[in-house]
Write a protein that binds this ligand. Structure first.
Ligand code: S3P
Length: 174
């Protein structure tokens, strides 16, 4: 199947996928799809409820089903993904098929600053969120890199700068 013309944002929790996606959709006049929101809507449950009642494995399967569905329906859209979605090997080929993948790369310090006090991410709850961020990010960063067509450093940049970089790359690409 041919590669679709979607822009896909991947990266760690708190890297700004949803906020960048929102602004990018406005700048490029493309609609925004957020896989977490889509799954919450389909399940009529929050992510925390899904993790609690159905478990992480079930959520990961929902993510794979979600991108499989988007391959059939989405075109010329901005797709913001959950931070763990690229961790499943099977999803790499699906993401490549779905569109051009941008990895929003963030430092652990920036993630901690942005997400301290957050209660909506089940994987960062508990005693030592800083340690969890560090451990997960170290494990995930190489996978995000491997999955991405482009890497955009985001920690010290304004939204305008990030959007500008992505738009420039898209112009060159097209
Ligand atoms: C997760 C990231 C979350 C959400 C879920 C699991 C992860 O999305 O999908 O809590 O495994 O990194 P965000 O990256 O939008 O926070």
């Amino acid at each position: 199947m041919n590669k679709k013309d979607n822009i896909i944002l991947i990266g760690f929790m708190g890297c700004g996928k949803s906020s960048v996606g929102y602004r990018l959709s406005y700048a490029m006049r493309r609609t925004l799809i957020d896989t977490d929101k889509l799954i919450e809507k389909q399940q009529d449950m929050t992510i925390s409820q899904i993790f609690r009642d159905k478990g992480e494995q079930a959520f990961r399967q929902m993510e794979t089903d979600c991108i499989k569905g988007l391959i059939k329906t989405a075109d010329r859209q901005i797709i913001s993904t959950g931070g763990g979605l690229p961790m499943k090997e099977e999803n790499h080929a699906l993401l490549k098929q779905l569109g051009t993948v941008y990895y929003l790369k963030v430092t652990k310090e920036a993630v901690y600053e942005r997400l301290k006090g957050d209660t909506t991410r089940p994987l960062l709850q508990g005693d030592n969120p800083q340690g969890k961020i560090e451990e997960l990010l170290a494990k995930r960063a190489p996978v995000y890199e491997a999955c991405a067509d482009y890497v955009i450093e985001v920690s010290d940049k304004s939204f305008e700068e990030i959007i500008g970089e992505i738009c420039k790359k898209e112009k060159v690409r097209q």
